[in-house]
Design a protein around this ligand. Structure first.
Ligand code: NAP
Ligand code: MG
Length: 501
């Protein structure tokens, strides 16, 4: 592992963006918090403050929800022709693309991830998600249904279903892919005609606020998109509990997901949840090592391991265990670790001091209970929130490092003997978000894929996500599926119309 030291200068547009305290977007205008409060945003690569951002609280959420309600009921959005909604979604995609370099830099600075990753994964995927969802408004259909009503023998009916947007939607997102998560949330909701109040994570509000500027530039009607940065316990909780919000869509930890469900009880708003994971990567003895070793490494180390579906439990057949573990450790040792804006950086810092402490304490806890670090195992002794990419072995199934989501660059590797055993171990978790199988044996692949309790099973790849492919969790990894046509369903009601003719 080497450490990047290069210096960097921010683009002028981003310097200007960060120079002013950033306001929140309510009803088409940038406004300060009703309380006047702001909070600090930090550069994870140095720990230095980079911006002040308006801190939304209940009063601001009330205003934003009222604006979203007006924009929903005045039909400025839901009543707009489907082809015009498509055009506006495409316009937003074009604007994000036109500002891709600037957005990537802002994202890297705010989150810590490498600027190349931000540019060629986060921004590219956000544009793609907006474009994919832009295709839907003109394709949302109901169906005609042959209604028999056997207890009314002489009556005839014409019955059909139609789709309607669910209404005002509260959306709460995490910090690991801030812009992309905003796109995953906004794009399908807007495609259906819903209006939105979005709360980005307190650690990473900047790209969502820049996206808000692009929403205005694209010409969306006032109140359709409202963006309220703030803390989870205040702004987030007020949004999830709000009696005039029809649906809450949440991405974040399973722990907070349960609070969202409780908060939603008051008005029984619809809830969709994308939560945590502890996803297995399973390497069979016949796997192509040139694919499986770097693949298993990137399954965990991509985005510093801060990926909900990260392959954080690595199960390797015992005949190739040492080879694969040494190979994955070798990939980890080869990373250039450094500030996200340094072009040579392959692995950046974690998002926050809190997250670095949390990840380091998981590693420490493991090492104390007899776990061995093949590589890594320490927080780096330098400014910023850097934790070494870490491979742990000699773990036991009941250990915290095996059971709990660490959400950092830490993988636990375990040997297995046969397929039934690895299925039992892989499914021995409260989570069920992703799983990967590394093999050239089609028969084994087809035995494993249906046996694994996960929303997505990848074969010879991991964390491959596409706007057209539904994504979400079994068990405590969530409710509902984002992306694909399922994402449209999340934001729509289905109405049955039954006419006696
Ligand atoms: P988190 O602590 O659960 O926070 C997620 C969001 O919820 C943030 O905006 C947070 O606000 C807000 N929040 C916190 N407490 C709240 C409350 N009481 N009421 C309403 N909102 C509240 O998660 P995180 O640490 O940011 O993100 C990491 C987690 O997200 C991991 O568990 C990861 O697996 C999961 N994740 C899942 C997916 C998926 O698609 N399944 C994708 C990405 C991440 P503040 O940050 O301002 O406190
Ligand atoms: Mg938080």
């Amino acid at each position: 592992m080497s450490v990047a030291t290069q210096q960097f200068t921010l683009r002028q547009a981003n310097q200007a963006f960060l120079a002013q305290p950033r306001k929140m977007l309510i009803d088409g205008k940038w406004v300060a918090a009703a309380s006047g409060k702001t909070f600090a945003v930090f550069d994870p690569g140095t720990g230095r403050e980079i911006a002040q951002v308006a801190a939304a609280d209940k009063a601001d959420i009330d205003l934003a929800v009222a604006a979203a309600r007006r924009a929903f009921t005045n039909k400025a959005w839901a009543g707009m022709k489907a082809c015009d909604r498509e055009r506006l979604l495409n316009r937003l995609a074009d604007l994000v693309e036109a500002n891709a370099d600037e957005l990537a830099e802002l994202e890297s600075l705010d989150n810590g991830k490498s600027v190349n990753l931000a540019r060629y994964v986060d921004v590219v995927a956000a544009v793609d998600c907006l474009r994919y969802m832009a295709g839907w408004p003109t394709k949302i259909e109901g169906s005609t249904i042959p209604v028999s009503v056997p207890y009314m023998p002489d009556a005839k009916f014409f019955a059909y279903t139609m789709r309607e947007p669910v209404g005002v939607v509260g959306q709460i997102i995490p910090w690991n892919f801030p812009l992309l998560m905003a796109a995953w949330k906004l794009a399908p909701a807007l495609a259906t005609g819903c209006t939105v109040v979005l709360k980005p994570a307190e650690q990473t509000p900047l790209s969502a606020l820049r996206l808000g500027e692009l929403v205005l530039e694209a010409g969306y009607p006032a109140g359709v998109v409202n963006i309220c940065p703030g803390f989870g316990e205040t702004a987030g909780a007020a949004l999830a509990a709000h009696p005039d919000v029809d649906k809450v869509a949440f991405t974040g930890s399973t722990e907070v997901g349960k609070l969202i469900v409780q908060a939603a009880l008051g008005n029984l708003k619809k809830v969709s949840l994308e939560l945590g994971g502890k996803s297995p990567a399973i390497v069979l003895p016949d796997a192509d090592m040139d694919i499986a070793i770097p693949g298993a490494a990137m399954a965990i180390f991509f985005n510093q391991g801060q990926v909900c579906c990260a392959g954080s439990r690595l199960y390797v057949h015992k005949s190739i265990f040492d080879k694969v573990v040494d190979g994955v450790a070798g990939v980890a040792k080869g990373f250039t670790v450094g500030h996200g804006l340094s072009p040579s950086t392959q692995m950046g810092p974690l998002v926050s001091e809190e997250q670095a402490l949390r990840v380091a304490s998981y590693i420490e806890d493991g090492l104390k209970s007899g776990v061995e670090a093949v590589t890594g195992g320490r927080r780096l002794d330098q400014p910023g929130y850097f934790v070494e990419p870490t491979v742990l072995v000699k773990v036991k199934p009941e250990m915290k490092v095996v059971k709990e989501e660490i959400f950092g660059p830490v993988v636990v590797a375990m040997p297995f003997d046969d397929l039934d055993e690895v299925v039992t171990q892989a499914n021995n978790t409260i989570y069920g978000l992703g799983a990967s199988i590394w093999t050239r044996d089609l028969g084994k692949m087809h035995r494993l894929a249906p046996a694994l309790k996960a929303g997505t099973v990848w074969v010879n790849c991991h964390s491959v996500i596409d706007a057209a492919l539904p994504f979400g969790g079994f068990k405590q990894s969530g409710w509902g599926r984002e992306l694909g046509r399922e994402a449209i369903d999340l934001y729509m009601e289905r109405k049955s119309v039954c006419a006696m003719v």
